[in-house]
Design a protein around this ligand. Structure first.
Ligand code: NAP
Length: 311
């Protein structure tokens, strides 16, 4: 990534997922000076998705890596500047928004937040201890380490189902442990998971503890209907029990709901004039690439209007 070239940008975008990259494409094409701050890889959670089937224009599906690369290339083509840093604080200085990272301080007139979400932790004994030693939150990153092994996936949403389906490429046997007796994920993923001979289900069950030596060896599972507790042997535990928005650094600055999701109006504007939110970190009905992209375009256009009216 290149360094920042100005003292004050018209627009700063925090987060280089599909929402942030789209916002950047639009503000750069509108000839607004734009800085995108991304702490890791462009593409956000897309980068860890093996095959994206529900983004229009790719009838055969597209890999998350490829779509991320294409979006980054397109945004850069129109002059987006980028820095690879993590934003730790945002504050207000009259009309300007001040964005701080451990390395630098940046100022802008309009700020677009697209920091997405991270996987929620299960919060059981052994989870931290065995992270990277059999406990994982990313099937595309770690799946290949589990060739011919027996693994469990915890959760019943789209993440658990899509990642479980991906993991059947490697695992000998896979058990989805879900706390209810009905799945939450999209019907097509439910059908595929329920119809996959490698996938078994432990319904009405929660993981109480993850055990092992140098690697995970078992999970302690409780049946929430009967109260029965048993030890279930496994080589790995993939945990997909929901998402938590990456919005901590905005606490006390913009309004958010009790879960930390940013509250916006239909133009993606937050409770602070000139601060917008896009993608998964925003409170909304559907968190997908397609909706993040719509947010990015909307917020960029709204930011442009905000800057025009300010002058
Ligand atoms: P999610 O939809 O919130 O599902 C979380 C799952 O974990 C639920 O089944 C929930 O159980 C379970 N859970 C939550 N806390 C738990 C706990 N403490 N112990 C045990 N189980 C727990 O999260 P997600 O699957 O990560 O999906 C998040 C969003 O991303 C959704 O909007 C989803 O559609 C989207 N997404 C889409 C795709 C795709 O379209 N390809 C792929 C991945 C994610 P309950 O069902 O009982 O609440």
């Amino acid at each position: 990534m290149e360094g920042a070239k100005r003292e004050i940008y018209e627009v700063i975008i925090v987060g280089g997922g599909p929402g942030g990259l789209t916002a950047s494409l639009y503000t750069s094409r509108a000839r607004l000076s734009t800085l995108l701050i991304e702490s890791a890889l462009f593409g956000g959670q897309m980068t860890t998705t093996e095959l994206i089937e529900n983004y229009p224009g790719f009838p055969q599906g597209v890999s998350g890596d490829e779509l991320s690369r294409l979006m980054e290339e397109q945004a850069k083509k129109f002059g987006m500047e980028t820095v690879a840093q993590e934003v730790v604080k945002v504050s207000l200085e009259a009309d300007l928004k001040v964005v701080q990272t451990p390395e630098s301080t940046y100022r802008c007139e309009a700020l677009i937040i697209g920091t997405g979400t991270e996987y929620r932790k299960l919060g059981v004994p052994g989870e931290k201890e065995f992270a990277g030693k059999g406990v994982s939150y990313c099937a595309t990153c770690d799946g290949a380490f589990f060739r011919d092994s027996q693994i469990v996936v915890v959760g019943g949403g789209d993440s658990a189902l899509t990642e479980a389906l991906f993991l059947t490429k490697f695992a000998k046997e896979l058990t989805i442990i879900h706390r209810r007796d009905a799945l939450r994920g999209t019907k097509i993923y439910q059908e595929r998971a329920l119809g996959n001979p490698k996938i078994k289900f432990l319904w009405n069950s929660t993981v109480q503890e993850i055990k092992g030596d140098s690697m995970v060896r078992s999970v302690i599972v409780k049946n929430v209907k009967t109260g029965q507790v048993k030890e279930f042997e496994t080589d790995g535990a993939f945990l997909f029990v929901g998402l938590v928005p990456r919005t901590q650094f905005l606490k006390g600055i913009v309004d958010m709901d009790e879960g930390g999701y940013l509250l916006t109006n239909e133009d993606c504007e937050t409770s602070v004039k000139g601060i917008f939110a896009v993608g998964d970190c925003r409170k909304k009905l559907l968190r997908q690439i397609a909706t993040a992209i719509g947010d990015g375009a909307t917020a960029a256009f709204a930011a442009e209007k905000y800057l025009e009216l300010k002058e």
